[in-house]
Design a protein around this ligand. Structure first.
Ligand code: ADP
Ligand code: MG
Length: 338
């Protein structure tokens, strides 16, 4: 008899969770992205004990129909893509159908959801096992409560950094997602303390101000540029306003927060020699391009993407910032000459 057998679904989900659910912040990211994909206009996030005790995300989006609720927790089940063609022009943040089953395999998950047509469905899954499913009375939208994260994967729990570091990682991802969707009103509470609230009025500078403070927001200048393939827009700080870390540069590609070394560097290069050594600007940059030009399916967390013509995009970004910063510095001289 052969030795090879197919893994049980729960075990396969736990293996996938190893990649998708690295830490509490990954859960927060996946849940907010689901809320955004569901066209929510209000997303409320609440964590306790840096997300280890509880992560709760409530949205007013499309909701899940009763007949789909169990399926949403099955691996590779998604409402977002159907054909191979769809994979090459991803417009949603999710598409792999991995987040909910992965999270539910390593935590206790209670989800209540309703579409525009009542009733709502309440489903309870713990460690990948269905505990209960019943009818509820919630209005349209979804609330998901994730408790006791990593209760059944002690190694993962041990590997986590300090509670403070984990909370900072959650805060960071909430901030970036709020920046990437300024048309959505976000609120974020940790242990009962309100850490962020955005208006959801579509104004990038206001969202930026809610995160980094009015003082910083006032020192930001708008940029915009385009070529045949790409559009870049957003805000960058004046050269005098810097920090000792590159982390204040947010790159948002078609509404997805991404990390990209070459593009972050293009932002910095846009300042020419105007930044002091070891100092970096604040920037929030929206990059718009045809979804055909990006491959999102590179890593399960989708924070790294592959962009065709990335060099050209980096050039455009650098040049747009360079031109804008140069303009800013010319103003005092121009006035003197009047
Ligand atoms: P993916 O986002 O890759 O499709 P997930 O496991 O994150 O996979 O979610 C599975 C499915 O559950 C989604 O495709 C979506 O249809 C549904 N879903 C998850 N969260 C929400 C939500 N907050 N509102 C509406 N539908 C949701
Ligand atoms: Mg998802």
């Amino acid at each position: 008899m052969g030795k090879i057998h197919e893994l049980a679904a729960i075990l396969a989900d736990q293996i996938a969770a190893g990649e998708v659910v690295e830490r509490p912040a990954s859960v927060v990211k996946e849940l907010i992205e689901n809320a955004l994909d569901a066209h929510s206009t209000q997303i409320d996030i609440l964590v306790e004990e840096s997300g280890l005790k509880r992560i709760q995300v409530t949205d007013n989006g499309d909701g899940i129909a009763p007949e789909d609720v169990e399926l949403a927790f099955k691996r590779h089940s998604t409402s977002k893509i159907t054909t191979k063609k769809d994979l090459f022009k991803i417009k949603t943040l999710g598409f792999r159908g991995e987040a909910l089953p992965s999270i539910a395999s390593v935590a206790d998950v209670l989800l209540e959801t309703a579409t525009a047509t009542p009733p709502s469905t309440i489903i309870h899954i713990k460690g990948g096992q269905l505990v209960s499913k019943k009818i509820g009375a919630r209005a349209q939208g979804t609330q998901i409560v994730v408790s006791d994260l990593f209760f059944n994967t002690p190694a993962r729990l041990k590997y986590l950094k300090s509670m403070q570091t984990e909370l900072a990682a959650i805060s960071d991802i909430v901030n970036r997602l709020a920046l990437s969707h300024t048309e959505v009103a976000f609120s974020f509470q940790s242990n009962g303390r309100l850490l962020l609230e955005t208006a959801g009025n579509g104004k990038l500078q206001q969202t930026f101000s809610a995160i980094y403070g009015v003082k910083v927001a006032r020192e930001m200048i708008p940029i915009s540029g385009a070529d045949l393939d790409f559009e870049v827009s957003g805000y960058v700080s004046l050269p005098a306003l810097t920090r000792a870390s590159k982390t204040y540069i947010s790159l948002l590609l078609n509404g997805r927060y991404i990390r990209n070394y070459q593009l972050s560097n293009a932002v910095i290069k846009g300042y020419g020699s105007k930044l002091m050594v070891g100092r970096y600007p604040f920037a929030v940059i929206n990059l718009k391009l045809d979804p055909l030009l990006v491959d999102v399916n590179v890593h399960p967390t989708k924070q790294q993407v592959r962009i065709s013509k990335e060099d050209q995009l980096a050039q455009l970004l650098r040049k747009t910032i360079y031109t804008r910063i140069a303009q800013e510095n010319l103003i005092p001289n121009a006035l003197e000459n009047v």
